[in-house]
Each structure stands twice: as structure tokens, then as C-alpha cells.
Design a protein around this ligand. Structure first.
Ligand code: B12
Length: 238
């Protein structure tokens, strides 16, 4: 087993469902905060945790307190996994940095330190769907993501092709009418290419975050309707 496989096994044992690796050649045009975030590293690990389908099936036209709770727990799990993975890589001789799952570092422009979706797409976790989210063939968009930057010379993974096809379920169900329904083979040049971004941001930050028991700018509807991973296949009996 090579080093990348051992690290992936370690991360999976911590509770991750998906792990992929990309190098910085692919990421060099990505904006980060601060600008030099990537300077000391050479690879990024993208780590995904899947969320229960049932949590989304209980959402009709707005996020529920139950989803808000699962959202927080998943963020804590991801941050915990990323910290432990960084410590393990460091113990093996490779300086590494966990980037928080859901920290907004520029509140005015709604930006994190690095786009976890860009890292995930390049690391083969999924494609960038019409809802601007990363869609994994097995779980759909029901995944949350975190990134670990590292100097470890890990073997990289290949991106997967976009499989949205002619589907427009996310566009048709968006409560803010924000999704334009445009597809991309690799990634959008800006958020506005895929979304009427302000409509989405206003709905989540101005309305949904103020719902009783919710308290976060979340929604979940474009995640719920994605057909990938929505119908589970029961495991065969022993
Ligand atoms: C701020 C924020 C928000 C803001 C702004 C959203 C936004 N799209 O930027 C608000 C509050 C509105 C929001 C809403 C939501 N969010 Co949010 N959000 C974030 C946060 C913290 C930062 C996002 C950011 O910096 N965006 C900057 C823009 C430029 O980047 P981007 O959104 O990824 O889109 C660009 C890149 O992906 C780029 N790209 C892709 N590949 C490549 C490759 C290269 C080389 C380059 C140059 C670019 C590139 O193409 C896109 C257009 O430029 C991230 C966590 C993180 N650090 O990534 C979570 C995150 C994006 N949110 C997430 C989710 C799930 C949501 C919601 C569904 C809410 C919910 N939980 O129910 C909605 C969905 C909105 C939508 N359809 O996009 C998840 C996405 C998971 C997934 N499966 O994709 C993330 C990753 C959190 C997590 N830890 O999992 N969010």
C-alpha cells in the first residue's frame, strides 16, 4: 500500500466517506485568503462526509432545525478529521494545515479561505453541478467538505466528468429562483455564471438564518432534489 493509500485509510477510519488528492498545478489560479495560503504546500486533500438522505427528505420549502443540527455536527466532524489528518501528516514529516469546513473569512463578499468545492472537484470527489455544489455519483450533493493542505508528495486523483445532463430539478425547485440551470464541463468562471448569486445569499442570510431553531445561512432544497444518491439500494442480506 503506498503512502497516499495509507493516509486515505487513516482518514476514512476517522469517519470520512470520501478522500481525494490534487496538486497545486491544478489549483494555481484559485484565489485564497490570505493570497499566499498555498505557498508552503504542494498538495491538497479533499475530505467529504455524507449526510443522511432522511434529513433532506424532511425539508419542504425551508431548512429545518434538524438539518441545522446535522449541519453543525458534520462541520465539527470534518474539522476534527482535518485536524487529526494534519497532525498525522506532520508526525510523518510533512507540514500540513487544516482549512476549516465552514469559516467565512470575508463576511462582506461571503468568502472562505479557500474554495473546498474547487479542491474537491480537482481531487475527483465529484463534479460541479448546476446548483454550483459538488455532486458525488454515490451521495449527490449530500456531502460536506473540508481541505487539508500538505507538503506530502501524495499521488493525485483525476476529476470526474459532469453527469447532470438535461436535469433541471435543482433549478426548478430553488426557493430563491437563483439557479440558472447552466452546465459546465469543468467549473464556472464566477458564482454568477451558475446562480443569481445575490438571490441565494439574500434568501439564506436574510431569511432562513433567522428561522427559529435554524440560526445558520442554510437551505438544503437543491441538495434534497438531486437524484444522485436520493434512492438508497439496500445491502444484500448475508
Ligand atoms: C460563504 C459560503 C456560503 C455563502 C456563499 C455561497 C458561495 N457559493 O460562495 C452562502 C451563505 C450563500 C452559502 C450557501 C450555501 N452553501 Co456554502 N459555503 C460558503 C463557504 C464558507 C465559502 C464559499 C466561498 O468561498 N466561495 C467562493 C466562490 C468563488 O467559490 P465557490 O462557491 O466554491 O465557487 C467557485 C469555485 O468552486 C470555482 N471552481 C471550481 N473548481 C475550480 C478550479 C479552479 C482551478 C478554479 C480557479 C476555480 C474553480 O468555480 C466556482 C465559481 O467561481 C464554503 C466553505 C468553503 N471554504 O469552501 C461553504 C460551502 C460552499 N457551502 C456549502 C453548502 C452545502 C451551502 C448551501 C447548500 C447551504 C446549506 N448548507 O444548505 C448553500 C448553497 C449555495 C449554492 N448553491 O452555491 C458546502 C458545499 C458542499 C458541496 N457539496 O458542494 C460548502 C463547501 C461547505 C462545506 N464545508 O461543505 N454558502
Amino acid at each position: 500500500m503506498d503512502y497516499a493509500e495509507r493516509i486515505k485509510e487513516f482518514i476514512t477510519a476517522l469517519g470520512a466517506d470520501l478522500v481525494g488528492v490534487t496538486d497545486f498545478e491544478a489549483l494555481k489560479e484559485l484565489q485564497t485568503i490570505p493570497d499566499n495560503l498555498l505557498d508552503s504546500f504542494s498538495r491538497a486533500l479533499s475530505i467529504g462526509v455524507s449526510l443522511p438522505v432522511s434529513v433532506f427528505e424532511m425539508i419542504s420549502d425551508r431548512p429545518t432545525p434538524l438539518y441545522a443540527s446535522v449541519y453543525q455536527t458534520a462541520n465539527r466532524l470534518l474539522d476534527d478529521i482535518a485536524l487529526k489528518a494534519s497532525k498525522r501528516l506532520q508526525q510523518d514529516g510533512y507540514p500540513s494545515l487544516p482549512v476549516p469546513a465552514s469559516q467565512i473569512v470575508d463576511r462582506e463578499n461571503l468568502l472562505g479561505a479557500i474554495s473546498h468545492k474547487a479542491v474537491a472537484r480537482l481531487a475527483g470527489i465529484g463534479w460541479q453541478g448546476k446548483n454550483l455544489l459538488i455532486i458525488n455519483p454515490r451521495y449527490g450533493s449530500r456531502i460536506r467538505l473540508v481541505t487539508v493542505l500538505t507538503t506530502a508528495p501524495l499521488k493525485t486523483d483525476d476529476p470526474v466528468r459532469n453527469r447532470c445532463g438535461g436535469c433541471t430539478l435543482c433549478r426548478d425547485s430553488c426557493p430563491a429562483g437563483a439557479i440558472k440551470g447552466i452546465s459546465t464541463e469543468d467549473h464556472y468562471s464566477s458564482r454568477d455564471e451558475a446562480l443569481h448569486f445575490q438571490r441565494c445569499a439574500d434568501k439564506l442570510t436574510g431569511e432562513f438564518a433567522n428561522l427559529p431553531g435554524v440560526g445558520y445561512p442554510i437551505c438544503g432544497i437543491c441538495i434534497k432534489v438531486c437524484p444522485y444518491g436520493r434512492k438508497l439500494t439496500p445491502a444484500a442480506p448475508d
